[in-house]
Design a protein around this ligand. Structure first.
Ligand code: PLP
Length: 427
């Protein structure tokens, strides 16, 4: 469910809108390419996820900032009471900047620096998700030196196959994440002895874009077993963090992934009676469908039997197709006249890389220079992964709410881009 749909527009009979905003008019105002996010969609996804756990024991949804860290997006979610899952000091500062209470912030990540630990301790965050013995010892040192106690959950790697793209699977033994299940108890025992460490939770996150409940079921069974083992050993486990990872529909021609309510039913069945607070770290599930990338066609090139639609967005703006072989639906912003035939085309950017494409061999209504297209489901792992490769200006982000819009991250100028760098004296 999202709030991008065709409606009668300012100058055309059928124009894609973001809520009540005409995207053709917005493109004229902001310039292309740009990301556009829908507040109503973000809010709805957060609410659907949170509501799925209504009636379950104490739960805390910590939106995973790395999916989309735009301050307007974060502020919209913070307003609904969302907690945040952060993986760096930068993300923690973003959460604090939009007034997320520290007691709703969890700090994940396989490589936290001492400086980041100190900053998070001073902010009094809810908990650290600790990923190794070395991190545990380092955190203990930093906490003890500051007279603080770090509440921790050990991130346990359950060695389950999340059945997702190999670059976003995190719960296999060969992945860098977490500690092996068999080592967990001895590390909790170590944690209990270390100064400044309170081992009060358990954490797992097995991957992203998971479209089958089975891997979750296996992971939750292991977590339940772990909590039992820890309690038998005398640990008071207050919370269990189930991570994120629930998949979303990217294609119109595929069966949709499990609904949040299906996921929640599984959670309640597996962990509902443990008497622990349940934390969740959904990212993609909240932001994915709430964003699109709007781009303009620069030219259409015919080479033999092939057609290339060259657009002004590129892999530096949205790298998911290149990095993950990801599929994004692409639709024209101006609704095509009935009966317009589809032609097969590669939709490519201007970057000097063969991997610079947003779609290959895609049936699309015939496009011409100047036409606008929307790359759908680009709200998660889109703008956050953007770069200035080829010295292209960083893509702007626009947040819509009803008929209002705000350019929450403006496009920098070329002067801004050059002014960010320094020349050495000797050059
Ligand atoms: C990336 C990440 C998430 C969010 O994953 P989604 O698939 O976007 O829900 C949650 N927790 C941790 C620890 C992560 O690294």
């Amino acid at each position: 469910m999202h709030h991008f749909s065709y409606r009668r527009g300012v100058s055309h009979a059928s124009v894609l809108h973001a809520e009540d905003v005409d995207l053709s008019a917005l493109a004229d105002a902001v310039g292309t390419p740009f990301y556009c996010y829908s507040t109503a969609t973000l809010e709805r996804h957060y609410q659907v996820f949170a509501d799925a756990f209504a009636g379950a024991p104490d739960t805390l949804v910590c939106y995973s900032i790395k999916a989309n860290s735009n301050l307007g997006v974060l502020a919209s979610l913070a307003r609904l009471g969302s907690g945040m899952d952060v993986v760096s000091e930068g993300e923690l500062r973003r959460a604090l900047a939009v007034n997320v209470p520290a007691e709703r912030i969890a700090f994940s990540g396989v490589g936290k620096t001492k400086e980041e630990m100190a900053f998070a301790l001073d902010a009094d965050i809810f908990a650290f998700n600790v990923e190794s013995e070395e991190e545990l010892r380092g955190l203990s040192e930093v906490a003890a030196a500051r007279g603080k106690n770090a509440r921790i959950a050990l991130r346990v790697n359950p060695d389950v196959d999340a059945k997702t793209h190999h670059k976003i699977a995190t719960g296999r033994a060969e992945n860098k994440f977490g500690v092996p299940f068999e080592r967990a108890l001895s590390l909790y025992q170590l944690a209990a002895e270390l100064p400044g460490i309170l081992p009060v939770g358990a954490h797992m996150h097995i991957g992203s874009q998971i479209t089958d409940l089975e891997p979750f079921r296996n992971a939750f069974a292991l977590l339940t077993e772990l909590v039992g083992t820890l309690r038998d050993a005398g640990f008071e486990i207050e919370f269990v963090n189930l991570g994120g990872g629930l998949g979303i529909p990217y294609r119109n021609d595929e069966a949709p992934p499990p609904l949040p309510t299906d996921y929640a039913a599984l959670v309640k069945q597996a962990l509902g009676n443990l008497g622990v607070r349940l934390l969740f770290e959904p990212g993609r599930m909240i932001a994915g469908n709430a964003g699109i990338l709007v781009s303009r066609v620069l030219s259409v090139k015919h080479v033999g039997a092939k057609t290339f639609t060259i657009i002004d967005a590129a892999m530096n703006d949205l790298i998911r197709p290149t990095l993950y072989e990801a599929h994004h639906e692409i639709i024209p912003v101006i609704g095509p006249a009935r009966g317009t035939p589809n032609v097969l085309t590669d939709v490519v950017g201007p970057i000097c890389e063969t991997g610079d494409y947003l779609a290959l061999n895609r049936p699309l209504p015939e496009l011409h220079a100047g036409d606008l297209i929307a790359v759908m489901t680009a709200g998660a792992y889109g703008a956050v992964l953007a770069s200035q490769y080829n010295s292209r200006l960083l893509v702007p982000e626009v947040l819509v709410s009803g008929s209002q819009h705000c350019v929450t991250r403006p496009r920098p100028s070329y002067d801004d881009m050059l002014a960010a760098e320094r020349l050495p004296d000797w050059a």
